[in-house]
Write a protein that binds this ligand. Structure first.
Ligand SMILES: [Ca+2]
Ligand SMILES: [Ca+2]
Length: 107
């Protein structure tokens, strides 16, 4: 019973969207998407480094993606565990190509 409760809490936390703020509290929302899925903005297509970057941002208080849109490879206007799964699916399972949604309300 307790194990089920803990699993539900952990799963819920994974799917919560993260605020779009830089580490200094500044608003990093801007329209920029040269390379969808390039979460670390190093100019390379979505790869394991971008996945690691997103994990660090979401769960270890790492820096936010320099271009918030590139950190949202599934283009649903939120950065969460689904973006990590999307990148993994793209890289290792011939999943859909990362996209950019540049018309997110409030971004
Ligand atoms: Ca990259
Ligand atoms: Ca997303």
């Amino acid at each position: 019973m307790i194990r089920r409760f803990v699993c539900i809490i952990v799963a819920t936390l994974f799917f919560l969207p993260v605020a779009v703020m830089g580490q200094d509290g500044s608003d990093i929302r801007e329209t920029c998407c040269d390379l969808p899925g390039d979460a670390n903005n190093n100019g390379s297509w979505a790869n394991i480094l971008d996945i690691t970057y997103l994990i660090s941002y979401l769960y270890f208080n790492g820096p936010a993606p320099p271009c918030i849109y590139e950190g949202d490879p599934n283009g649903d206007c939120a950065i969460n565990i689904l973006d990590i799964i999307y990148c993994i699916d793209f890289l290792y399972n011939d999943g859909p190509v990362p996209i950019c949604a540049e018309d997110c309300p409030g971004w």
